[in-house]
Write a protein that binds this ligand. Structure first.
Ligand SMILES: [Zn+2]
Length: 151
């Protein structure tokens, strides 16, 4: 996974970012307590992850004396969007639709989410092609064959 600045963010680092985004800003003590409560992580685990996120430019330290305050530099929405784009970029174009369908099936969505999705789909249906072309290895037809057998 990558953040909005195209840096790879690990699963553990994502959990720390989620906490920081939710809190808006945090001291290392508050963050350590939060991650201990949420994940059962030790002080040193959270401190290590926080410093990696600072080095990756995802979090900034402000203030000149203790306790330092830490704030997210990358936004939650843009980071989620970048991570989702990254995931789909690694996937056969033919598979994107069924993958999205699977995500929609298994996730809880609000009435507003569903209304938005329906509006987007109605709009997309106006110009959608009959079939999305595979963008894997040219000259190989594995993706299409699997698709035809009802995968
Ligand atoms: Zn393919």
């Amino acid at each position: 996974m990558k953040d909005a600045k195209n840096e790879t963010i690990t699963d553990s680092e994502w959990e720390v970012m989620r906490a920081i985004w939710t809190m808006g800003q945090t001291t290392s003590r508050e963050l350590i307590d939060a991650m201990n409560q949420l994940q059962g992580w030790s002080d040193s685990t959270t401190k290590t992850l926080l410093h990696r996120l600072i080095n990756k430019g995802a979090v900034a330290q402000s203030g000149t004396s203790r306790p330092f305050v830490f704030k997210p530099i990358v936004g939650e929405k843009e980071s989620m969007a970048a991570a989702a784009t990254d995931l789909f970029d690694h996937m056969c174009a033919m598979r994107a639709g069924s993958t999205i369908a699977g995500v929609i099936k298994t996730r809880e969505l609000s009435q507003a989410d569903i209304a938005e999705l329906q509006a987007i789909l109605t709009e997309k249906a106006k110009t959608a092609p009959e079939q999305v072309q595979c963008n894997c290895l040219p000259g190989h037809h594995m993706c299409e064959e699997v698709e035809e057998h009802g995968q």
